[in-house]
Ligand binder design. Structure first.
Ligand SMILES: *[C@@H]1O[C@H](CO)[C@@H](O)[C@H](O)[C@H]1NC(C)=O
Ligand SMILES: *[C@@H]1O[C@H](CO)[C@@H](O)[C@H](O)[C@H]1NC(C)=O
Ligand SMILES: *[C@@H]1O[C@H](CO)[C@@H](O)[C@H](O)[C@H]1NC(C)=O
Ligand SMILES: *[C@@H]1O[C@H](CO)[C@@H](O)[C@H](O)[C@H]1NC(C)=O
Ligand SMILES: *[C@@H]1O[C@H](CO)[C@@H](O)[C@H](O)[C@H]1NC(C)=O
Length: 307
């Protein structure tokens, strides 16, 4: 009796349950689609609840973070205007070469060639930022990377101190030192171990993520952007997509590198790296979220695509 609900009471009870289920389903669907949207391009992303502490990159650790491989040169490059040419296939067909070559300083990465791509990427190089893993590819083709440059180009090599550092005196170190002695016009620098740690802690401060604990590698793009901000008053970036580019429906397949037309797809590379949990991965998309913030803080503009 007391336990049995009357017919009417039962009905309203059912209504309440239906309503509750309906609301729950709606919430689930909404939450699910939100999540799905995000999962497409930012499964790693900047940590939530992370209070971003900004760093003034114009004076965060000076130029003593770069040491020469040979002689006692110091890195004293300073440019009013810089063109930062990415290695993305978005540069293809832009015919931006002349504009890039007219820029005071031209910055490139790793073994991205100019030979054969001049109309899109220009033919001058003031500064090249090279990862330890690209050293052989650069040194193997001196005509492309060491001769065809400005009269006094700079190359900054970054890598784990045990691979590239002066103290290690390993194969890579000696190889670059020999190049430095042979091509006296080219100034070769390495990032010091303490500066390498500063790059890590910068990533931590800007994303709320510990690079090592989150199984991340910093990309050459990260080093290059920070170095460009240190050196240049104004930066125009060629061929970098927006952080949310790969989440947009119908984003076209584009090679990751302009000089490897049959190489991996850019968005596939970005998304797979971004969502990688085991092993170490580049966080290309998270890094671009930080670049978007820096663009407002420093004079950075993006072209091809424009944003
Ligand atoms: C360092 O460079 C200066 C010129 O910039 C030169 O006068 C000096 O002799 C060099 N020192 C060494 C040890 O090579
Ligand atoms: C490349 O260099 C040559 C001269 O060294 C110049 O005439 C040419 O216009 C440059 N730019 C491009 C886009 O080829
Ligand atoms: C070094 O630079 C000078 C002028 O800046 C140039 O004439 C010379 O050819 C360059 N040497 C090499 C090896 O690139
Ligand atoms: C931005 O550019 C202007 C003009 O070129 C320059 O005066 C200013 O110092 C730059 N700002 C930064 C943060 O580099
Ligand atoms: C991550 O990016 C690198 C390029 O820097 C690429 O070689 C590698 O295949 C990517 N990893 C995945 C899992 O896609």
């Amino acid at each position: 009796m007391g336990l049995r609900l009357s017919g009417k009471g039962q009905q309203s009870h059912r209504m309440v349950i239906f309503a509750a289920i309906f609301i729950l389903m709606t919430l689930l669907i909404l939450y699910g689609s939100n999540n799905a949207n995000e999962a497409v391009y930012t499964p790693f992303h900047v940590a939530t609840n992370h209070a971003i502490k900004t760093t003034d990159l114009k004076k965060w650790s000076g130029r003593d973070g770069y040491v020469p491989f040979y002689g006692n040169k110091t890195l004293n490059l300073h440019c009013h205007n810089c063109a930062l040419v990415t290695s993305s296939s978005h540069v293809l067909g832009t015919r931006a070469g002349d504009e890039i070559d007219r820029t005071e300083c031209v910055i490139r990465m790793n073994d991205a060639p100019t030979l054969g791509y001049e109309s899109d990427v220009g033919n001058r190089t003031t500064l090249r930022v090279v990862a330890h893993s690209s050293v052989f590819r650069v040194v193997r083709r001196p005509n492309e990377f060491l001769h065809r440059t400005d009269s006094n180009p700079v190359i900054i090599f970054w890598g784990p101190p045990n691979k590239i550092g002066k103290e290690a005196k390993g194969t890579l170190y000696r190889l670059i030192q020999r190049v430095s002695m042979t091509y006296s016009n080219v100034s070769c620098f390495s990032v010091t171990p303490s500066k390498m740690r500063r790059f890590d802690s910068l990533f931590h401060r800007e994303t709320g993520r510990d690079r090592q604990k989150s199984h991340s590698w910093l990309s050459t793009g990260w080093f290059t952007m920070v170095i460009a901000i240190e050196i240049c008053d104004n930066i125009k970036v060629y061929g970098m997509v927006q952080p949310n580019h790969c989440g947009k429906p119908g984003s076209k397949k584009m090679p990751y590198h302009y000089y490897k037309p049959r190489g991996s797809d850019e968005c596939v590379t970005y998304i797979q790296n971004e969502s990688g949990r085991r092993g170490n991965h580049h966080r290309f998309i998270t890094e671009k979220q930080v670049f978007a913030r820096w663009a407002k803080q420093y004079n950075i503009t993006f072209t091809h695509p424009k944003w």
